[in-house]
Write a protein that binds this ligand. Structure first.
Ligand code: ADP
Ligand code: MG
Length: 221
């Protein structure tokens, strides 16, 4: 398995978010995580991405136990292997599209403006290179974050409600873009959503309830 989640439990002082999650995700798979608000989807995704630690259990990515890594090692692993897309674009307001993409690239290696421009062209923003976030639509801002997530050629793309703030048309555009990139580069996608229209684009759907995976089914699209 490319991503192996081994009996992950996450306890907060006030709540138990994950009650023993055990699952594996194959390389090149597009997997959705569905479930009601509070069922533990974001907690699971954050632990898979090394943004949060489990209380017990482990997460292996391509055979490496990321839950055993120290802070620095984990930060480095994340920026080299994982791309993140969240519901809120989190773009720097005073930087334009190219600069926002380069910011992420900077942490990886040397910045390369041509590469950032190419990434933006790939997500259909060749005509918005020098616009700042406030000059872009919500759908365009989300495409900048996808360019930013993919600039370091991650093997794993983690998305938490990436279309949560978008209308149906922009949602469809983002999903078509992810599908094209997924098909061309075979990267593994784990996408959290509570929207059945969005989860239907995946090849596999995990459903969570109260900190557990209660359903795991293939999808054909
Ligand atoms: P979902 O993404 O499915 O809506 P979450 O993973 O965000 O669910 O939350 C799962 C449970 O864990 C909820 O009960 C939530 O209140 C709790 N929780 C999440 N993050 C924290 C936190 N940082 N501190 C305390 N409780 C949290
Ligand atoms: Mg959530």
């Amino acid at each position: 398995m490319f991503v192996d989640v081994k009996d992950v439990i996450k306890e907060y002082p006030t709540a138990t978010a994950l009650r023993g999650v055990e699952t594996g995700i194959e390389r090149g798979m597009w997997c959705s995580i569905m479930g009601a608000s509070g069922s533990g989807k974001s907690t699971l995704l954050n632990i898979i991405g090394g943004l949060d630690n489990p209380t017990s259990g482990a997460v292996f990515i391509d055979g490496t136990d990321i839950t055993a890594m120290g802070e620095d090692e984990l930060a480095r692993f994340r920026r080299e292997n994982i791309g993140f897309v969240f519901q809120q674009p989190h773009l720097v307001p005073y930087l334009n599209s190219v600069e926002n993409v380069m910011l992420s690239q900077y942490f990886h290696s040397l910045t390369d403006e041509d590469e950032a421009r190419e990434a933006l062209k790939r997500v259909g923003l060749g005509h918005r290179l020098h616009h700042r976030p406030s000059q872009l639509s919500g759908g365009e801002q989300q495409r900048v974050t996808i360019a930013r997530a993919l600039i370091n050629s991650p093997r794993l793309l983690l998305a938490d409600e990436p279309t949560g703030n978008l209308d149906r048309e922009n949602t469809r555009l983002i999903l078509e873009l992810l599908k094209k990139l997924h098909t061309e580069e075979q990267f593994t996608i784990i996408l959290v959503t509570h929207d059945p229209f969005v989860s239907g684009w995946a090849e596999r759907v995990l459903t969570m309830e109260d900190g557990r995976v209660i359903k795991d089914e293939p999808r054909y699209c």
